[in-house]
Design a protein around this ligand. Structure first.
Ligand code: ADP
Ligand code: MG
Length: 729
């Protein structure tokens, strides 16, 4: 019986009333092949009484100066094409019970003329205006066709009307708003009661969710606004629940199934190292280290994310973890996102380990073949204890002798896929992922939800907060004067020019021109150098080393210095065209300075008018054009930089400004895309769903219990493609 029902839902949509084989083909083109899929094609918008007004109300609003958008329902009385010289406009006259209004089109006149016919009903959405004759008018409004019946029910009983996206594939077989609503209505009426539940009774009850059948009916044809909201909640919850189930399974599979190593501090190595350090670790650093030590001691592999703002001292923590691995006879790998950074880590770590019997190797793409081969042989022979490199290190045929710990610096550049690939290099090694771009809470619960999280939330004691300011381009001469003055106190400066793509020749040219001009004019007394992405690794490296040795006072750069570079006396950073950078990039760039006990400065330079605009962060984007929105967001980013020093706050703002989407390139990771929920606004639902999913896996990790069989079935049916994420073969 149950089987039979399941099958019906998997039948072709052609069996739904008024679909048939032809229309079924056009539905297939938009991914709707089965009756179940048809029922899961949700409305994109709804029309309800609280969002519509009648003509009389709109009229009085407009007279009182209201400028927002309204929705109004009316019946077509008449249409008229009017000629103005060569131009034609279409005027459609409409009415509702309280008065008259008109809609006009200057474009698409022919098409609109065919569409609107006397007697038909429409819902019209747009900003109303008054014509010089005092008529209420809508110019190029959005419109949705509705039936007489729907209009009546809407007006009399407050019934909510759903609207679906009618794509051109559907239109090609004559499916419009009305017919699509009819088709879906008939599918829901006939088949909704055959849907099987996809959440356990326990969960449904505990979280106050409607059952699946009720939810499907109400998401399409809501009984009331409350019923609609409950249905929406259910689908968001369900989606996030299954995502968290994948996360929980991934975590379980990583921890419980693959045996790892148990490592403990065995010798004086770590304490000797700490004694030699010229500073004390901060409380945060110590706290994180003790979490890492506990993880390493457990036989299951560590899988930990270390978040700490730029300059908070993550590298030392990683290094001490690598010493613990060495103490247990294991090799460690430290993977950096760029060659420059790998090289810098190599130099710093070699310096810190002076006098200790520990072999550090560097392995990067820019090395000579012979050198690389020599290094690889050392790694394979277990002559290297700590191997530092870029991803080239792992993509090439490097074989470790006994890799016990992998540290990944600046995680967001890698993504989830690389992380998995890396792990295969060792036999369940411990993994420590470090990021300076803090991951907003919602993401650390989803995409990175299988990682345990440690946070360094304090800066080394002697640090002074960086002073950030926003200036118009007119201030540049003063800024250069500031750089020259500060040089007398031993300050070095970065001047950054954005290159959207490092390969962009025109922009590079512009940066080079600025460089030459600066050397000849404002900065002629100073020693100025330049690095950019088109240079080879060795060229960049050479200049960076000279800059670090204070052979240069000013370094002009494209964004190649973005990540991790640590030069204590460079305490001024000027960022040109700052509005073109993303928030996390700006914060990363700012982190290049302020690494010593001197006051550091970050000067954001932008178009004068941007600098003067006030922060309009809470602006209502709904009524802005895309370019206005862009400008506003750019200004909001800049003002946020001035206001906030903490990367955590900035990352939350960043997520809000950018909105959800494929953040951090999660698409290729097998991580499901969100259809219903929204990582910015649905945090609480996410927290609840995560709790439900993790406790389910804790009590029944293999989903063996009969009460969980429906969950297992649904997981295999609806999330088949994502199982690789959870590492379920
Ligand atoms: P990030 O977290 O950005 O990777 P780093 O690890 O590069 O930061 O540390 C920045 C600088 O601060 C380095 O020069 C490092 O030696 C120094 N540092 C790290 N920890 C401390 C500390 N507890 N006290 C003082 N300086 C520290
Ligand atoms: Mg770092």
């Amino acid at each position: 019986m149950n089987n039979l029902n399941t099958n019906t839902l998997e039948h072709s949509v052609k069996f739904i009333k008024s679909v048939g084989p032809k229309r079924a083909e056009s539905f297939a083109k938009i991914g709707i092949e089965t009756i179940r899929q048809m029922m899961y094609f949700f409305p994109t918008r709804y029309l309800d009484r609280s969002t519509t007004l009648n003509t009389a109300k709109v009229y009085s609003h407009v007279v009182n100066g209201y400028e927002g958008e309204v929705t109004i329902m009316g019946q077509v009385l008449d249409k008229e094409k009017i000629r103005y010289g060569k131009k034609e406009i279409l005027k459609v006259k409409m009415r509702d019970a309280s008065g008259f209004f008109e809609c006009v089109w200057f474009q698409g006149v022919r098409y609109m003329q065919l569409l609107f016919n006397p007697g038909e009903h429409y819902a019209i959405s747009s900003k109303p205006v008054l014509t010089k004759y005092g008529h209420l008018q809508f110019v190029h409004p959005d419109f949705d066709k509705i039936t007489e019946d729907e209009t009546q029910r809407f007006l009399n009983t407050g019934k909510i009307i759903p609207f679906y996206r009618v794509s051109k594939e559907l239109r090609s077989t004559n499916i419009g708003d009305l017919s699509l609503r009819k088709i879906i209505s008939s599918a829901v009426e006939t088949y909704a009661d055959e849907l099987g539940e996809t959440l356990t009774e326990d969960i449904i009850e505990k979280h106050g969710l409607p059952g699946i059948r009720e939810a499907i009916k109400n998401i399409h044809f809501p009984e009331s606004k409350e019923a609609l909201e409950k249905a929406q909640l259910r689908f968001k919850f369900e989606e996030l629940f299954y995502i968290e189930l994948l996360v929980a399974l991934r975590k379980y599979n990583l921890q419980e199934q693959v045996p790892g190593y148990s490592m403990v501090v065995r010798t004086h190595l770590v304490s000797d190292f700490l004694k030699k350090l010229p500073f004390d670790l901060t409380k945060s650093q110590l706290g994180v280290l003790s979490e890492i030590r506990k993880d390493m001691q457990k036989p299951s592999p560590m899988n930990r994310l270390l978040q700490g703002d730029v300059g908070s001292g993550k590298t030392i923590v990683a290094l001490i973890s690598m010493l613990i691995a060495k103490d247990n006879g294991f090799q460690s790998a430290l993977m950096a996102p760029t060659e420059i950074l790998a090289d810098q880590h190599y130099k710093n770590i070699t310096r810190l380990l002076e006098g200790f019997d520990i072999k550090v190797s560097l392995l990067i793409g820019g090395q000579k073949k012979s050198e690389k081969q020599k290094n690889m042989a050392m790694i394979e022979m277990n002559e290297s204890d700590i191997v530092i490199g870029t991803h080239a290190l792992f993509e090439e045929a490097v074989t470790f002798n006994n890799l016990g710990l992998i540290v990944i610096d600046e995680q967001h550049r890698f993504g989830v896929v690389q992380r998995s690939r890396l792990i295969t290099k060792g036999h369940s090694p411990d993994v420590l992922v470090m990021t300076a771009t803090p991951i907003p809470r919602t993401l650390s619960m989803t995409v990175y939800g299988d990682l345990d999280v440690s946070v360094i939330n304090e800066m080394p004691k002697d640090r002074i907060p960086i002073r950030t300011s926003l200036r118009g381009e007119a201030s540049l001469p003063n800024i250069y004067k500031f750089i020259v003055d500060k040089k007398k106190e031993g300050y070095q400066s970065f001047i950054i020019y954005p290159l959207v793509k490092e390969s962009d020749k025109i922009e590079l040219k512009a940066a080079e021109t600025h460089f030459v001009e600066l050397k000849e004019t404002y900065l002629s007394e100073l020693r100025v150098a330049m690095v950019h992405g088109q240079m080879s690794w060795q060229e960049k490296e050479e200049i960076m080393v000279l800059f670090a040795k204070k052979e240069f006072d000013v370094l002009v750069a494209t964004t190649v210095i973005e990540v991790g570079i640590d030069i204590p006396d460079a305490n001024i950073i000027v960022i040109n065209d700052a509005e073109r950078f993303g928030l996390s990039q700006l914060h990363q760039l700012r982190g290049r300075v302020g690494r010593s006990n001197k006051q550091a400065y970050c000067i954001l330079v932008t178009k004068d008018e941007h600098a003067e605009r006030t922060n309009n962060f809470s602006a209502d984007y709904e009524y802005m054009s895309p370019s206005q929105i862009e400008k506003n967001k750019a200004v909001a980013r800049l003002h946020s930089m001035v206001k906030y020093a903490s990367g955590f706050e900035l990352s939350e703002i960043d997520l809000k400004l950018r909105g959800p989407g494929d953040i951090f390139g999660t698409k290729q990771s097998g991580f499901p895309e969100l259809k219903y929920a929204d990582v910015v606004n649905d945090t609480q639902i996410l927290v609840d769903a995560k709790g439900a999913a993790f406790s389910l896996i804790a009590s029944d990790p293999k989903l063996h219990l009969p009460s969980n069989s429906l969950i297992k079935e649904n997981l295999l049916r609806s999330y088949r493609e994502n199982l690789s994420y959870a590492r379920i073969a």
